[in-house]
Design a protein around this ligand. Structure first.
Ligand code: JFZ
Length: 428
């Protein structure tokens, strides 16, 4: 019989993700790197059909371009990401100010990026890659050395395993999936698992139930009690896992009752697509990060390495620029450990975040000389000091109407924002 509907706010963790020590690093770190890398990357976003027509897609290319299974397996056998440099990837993340990584250990195509013992559809047994190498182990080592956390994306939906689509055989699939997840946890000790594909375009062949999500979460926490898990472990209408995952969008408001993380592409694809040059500017990335932090969320920004495993140079450049801006404006004080203020209205001129007794007003529309920015207070608080971060410049603060007028001195700092640090005496 169908299980009774669970209301929003249902959470299968045994603690409260909002306050659990388990999630403390994630709530502070705010900014991560998503990496979409798999057998699809070998095609670099383009498949030429037997009739000569070209079909474009990235990580969905097998399905969206109708590549026959044997054909896809054949191209995967030639996959050789010999240029994968874990240290370079970690350095790019670190330079950007990113504090955690989430790499696709297995995407919908079912191809495992580590030497799994559950099947041979993986990077060691089905590729042209050096059999002694283990990309996930290399990434784990480099991340640990740099003090960056490592997480894995894992797709529940699996196009390759025949047992996935067969309801009678689904328990066998589930067993292998549990086996793979145990391997990931035991061999690489990830800080986080990022599930996907609990939904599926082929419904109702996807057998994934609410019960399955709850069971899986309990299993994972038995293996690793402090693991962080995203909501896609369960069903969409239930707040499963520790955090919500709005995709390619930033919620306009703090999300009620849940931690959240916006994942976004840096161009228009998750996986590598050699023809996609539509890169977001560093200014857009910084603005998104400031908006996200001001609403209490995390920002998971994606890169897609090419067939050799290298992050495209335009992505590296943008990441470096982002990190440069963060470092120059109070070492990212408006972001790390900062969140929704609960004290002020979101201004039209930028975004305001809060850490303890400090507000960080990131001003994306810097006022003309002598002009004021109005900050609307939603609760009474006093401002006892105000500075422009990254410079010694003063900010004049005058109570005005329903809040304060802030007048920073001097010209606009480097785009896209200057940050005003306001020390406050909050209401008791
Ligand atoms: C999924 C994947 O299909 C995609 O390839 C990529 O990995 C992305 C991060 O996640 O795509 C989704 C997942 C969820 C939604 C939309 C696309 N959703 O909730 O609207």
């Amino acid at each position: 019989p169908p299980r009774p509907a669970e209301g929003p706010g249902t959470n299968h963790a045994t603690d409260d993700p909002f306050t659990a020590p388990r999630t403390a690093w994630w709530r502070t770190d705010r900014f991560g790197m998503f990496i979409h890398f798999g057998a699809y990357s070998n095609l670099e976003g383009e498949y030429t059909r037997p009739d000569g027509s070209v079909c474009r897609n990235a990580e969905w290319i097998e399905r969206e371009c109708g590549i026959p299974r044997a054909e896809y397996e054949k191209q995967a056998a030639a996959f050789n990401p010999s240029g994968f440099d874990a240290e370079a990837i970690v350095r790019a993340a670190k330079d950007a100010g990113q504090r955690y990584l989430v790499i696709t250990a297995k995407h919908h195509d079912g191809y495992a990026m580590w030497p799994t013992r559950q099947n041979t559809w993986n990077l060691r047994d089905h590729s042209a890659f050096d059999k002694r190498r283990d990309l996930l182990a290399e990434l784990k080592r480099a991340a640990d050395a740099a003090g960056i956390r490592l997480g894995f994306y894992y797709s529940i939906w699996d196009w390759h395993d025949p047992d996935f689509a067969d309801p009678a055989a689904f328990p066998r699939y589930k067993k292998r999936m549990y086996g793979q997840l145990a391997e990931l946890i035991e061999n690489y000790d990830p800080a986080l698992l990022w599930f996907d594909g609990e939904w599926d375009a082929d419904r109702p062949t996807n057998r994934w139930s609410r019960q399955d999500g709850a069971e899986l979460q309990a299993y994972l926490h038995r293996l690793k009690p402090d693991l962080i898990v995203n909501n896609r472990v369960g069903k969409r209408d239930v707040v499963d896992g520790d955090f919500g995952t709005p995709e390619q969008e930033i919620p306009a408001e703090p999300v009620d009752g849940q931690l959240w993380e916006s994942c976004m592409t840096l161009n228009d694809h998750w996986g590598y697509a050699r023809y996609d040059g539509n890169w977001k500017s560093p200014a857009t990335v910084v603005r998104n990060l400031l908006d996200v932090a001001s609403r209490g969320g995390n920002y998971l920004l994606n890169v897609g390495p090419d067939r050799l495993g290298r992050i495209p140079q335009p992505a590296v450049d943008r990441l470096r620029e982002t990190g440069r801006w963060l470092a120059a404006h109070g070492q990212g004080a408006a972001v790390y450990g900062a969140g929704h203020t609960g004290l002020v209205a979101a201004p039209s001129w930028g975004a305001v975040s809060r850490r303890g007794d400090e507000l960080y007003a990131s001003v994306t529309s810097w006022p003309a000389a002598g002009a004021a920015l109005h900050l609307t207070a939603r609760a009474p608080f006093r401002i006892t000091a105000a500075r422009v971060l990254g410079s010694d410049r003063r900010v004049t603060v005058v109570p005005a109407g329903d809040g304060y007028d802030l007048t920073p001195s001097g010209p606009a700092p480097d785009p896209p924002a200057g940050v005003l640090r306001l020390t406050i005496e909050p209401p008791p």
